[in-house]
Design a protein around this ligand. Structure first.
Ligand code: CTP
Length: 420
């Protein structure tokens, strides 16, 4: 076995046996094809940190799709191929493994996607964002478990530093600004001094990056355990205004995100809820600007629009003595994340209580009779049917009636007044 650091036993201890077996066999098969195979990226970083991460990223010096097809036969899983990137994804049971062809990248202009060509592992690692993400573990027999650390990633992990590989890293790809903040806050690391200088210098480069790519990074941040830490840091460094100048990464946001977690527990909050809280300080036009800047998909855009529209109705919602059916009418059209965001963000306890009443109870109240039942009882088909159904629903919401029989009585009474 060649000298150097070997992580085979760490892999054995920290990763599920099924994945370890898979990598071992994949290394052997790659060898029979004359190819070198490596485990790379976040999983290597997290292995060294002792943190759970089972998202395997493999890189092969050779054709990843062909290798993936051969590996698929081992576990009878599903394969998805991406010929444009010469990469593939394998899925079986609860596992998913990405396989890519080692490649080098050149950035023709800032912000654009790079042009790529097949290459050796060294080049593949040299195109990456931060030293802690450049480490690889070789998987071929004879070398299995061997750590490849060309940029001092292990040392930076030890000193808790986020460091770029070269001066143009953020210029090439400004999404790395957000990524850097995300890793820094997630891992409780620090941006290394020169990296911090470069990051600040290149903040204007965020304007060269597509909304889709920024949105992806924001979504990744919102899936972190404590996204508010990233936004606080982004505000401190002047990155947050690039998303929108009126956004805040302050204590208010931290408090609301924490409450959102409690409200959604045991699940983490939906991204839409976090997003609505983040965008809460914005007015209409500002929200629209954020939506188009990030090219938000329909459902998230709707959540933000709902949230801001509801914000303007909170005073009405806090009216003393408002009936349950009145609350229902005010809130029925809004999506749950927008409702939850407003219940957390409003300073009116009455409005908040009413939203909770709607979400926990009113929303589920239904009537027993159908339109057909009404006709059977003698109501003439036409607009009256809908009117009556609404009347029954309202009476149910307000607790005036509680059973199917009660509903039938209401209908009979209504028919009597009509006939009379
Ligand atoms: N990468 C990069 N520049 C980017 C995005 C990704 O250099 N703008 C590289 C990094 O080396 C990263 C790898 O691609 O390790 C895979 O990216 P991703 O899956 O986003 O990150 P992980 O390393 O898996 O980290 P995590 O999922 O923990 O955020």
């Amino acid at each position: 076995m060649p000298k150097g650091i070997n992580l085979a036993s760490k892999m054995e201890k920290q990763l599920p046996a099924e994945l370890v077996n898979f990598m071992w066999i994949a290394g052997e098969i790659a060898r029979t094809r004359g190819q070198s195979l490596y485990l790379v990226g976040g999983v290597v970083r997290d292995l060294l940190l002792g943190q759970a991460n089972f998202d395997l990223d493999l890189v092969v010096e050779g054709d990843a799709i062909e290798l993936a097809k051969e590996l698929k036969r081992l576990n009878q899983g599903k394969i998805t191929t991406y010929p444009r990137f010469n990469s593939a994804k394998l899925r079986w049971d609860k596992w998913s493994v990405d396989l890519a062809t080692a490649r080098s990248e050149t950035y023709e202009k800032p912000g654009a996607l790079p042009s790529v060509k097949p290459s050796l592992i060294d080049n593949d690692l040299s195109r990456r964002d931060f030293t802690i993400n450049t480490m690889a573990i070789r998987l071929n027999p004879g070398y299995y478990g061997k750590l490849i650390d060309l940029y001092g990633g292990r040392n930076d992990l030890k000193h808790k530093l986020i460091r770029v590989l070269h001066e143009k890293s953020f210029t090439d790809d400004a999404t790395r600004i957000w990524r850097g903040l995300r890793y820094e806050q997630r891992l409780d690391f620090h941006l290394e001094r020169n990296t911090l200088k470069l990051l600040k210098r290149d903040i204007p480069m965020l304007d060269t990056t597509s909304g889709d790519r920024i949105r992806y990074e924001i979504e990744c941040i919102l899936q972190e355990k404590y996204p508010e830490k990233v936004f606080r840091r982004a505000e401190e460094l002047g990155v947050l205004p690039k998303l929108h100048p009126a956004l805040k990464g302050n204590g208010w946001l931290a408090e609301k995100f924490e409450q959102a977690r409690q409200l959604s527990s045991p699940e983490p909050p939906e991204v839409g809820l976090y997003l609505a809280l983040l965008a809460y300080p914005l007015i209409n036009e500002e929200t629209e600007r954020l939506i188009s800047h990030l090219r938000l998909p329909k459902s998230s855009a709707q959540t933000l629009r709902d949230s801001i529209s509801l914000k303007s109705k909170l005073r009405l919602l806090a009216t003393p003595g408002l009936s349950p059916s009145g609350i229902y009418r005010l809130l029925d059209a809004y999506s749950p994340p927008a409702l939850m965001a407003n219940s957390l963000a409003t300073e009116s306890p009455a409005a908040s209580q009413n939203i909770h009443l709607f979400l926990n109870r009113l929303k589920y109240i239904e009537i027993s009779l159908t339109g057909e039942d009404l006709m059977r009882l003698g109501v003439v088909p036409g607009p009256h049917i809908r009117e009556l159904l609404e009347l029954l629903h309202e009476a149910r919401l307000d607790g005036k009636i509680t059973t199917k029989q009660d509903e039938e009585e209401v209908v009979k009474g209504w028919l009597a007044t009509k006939q009379g």
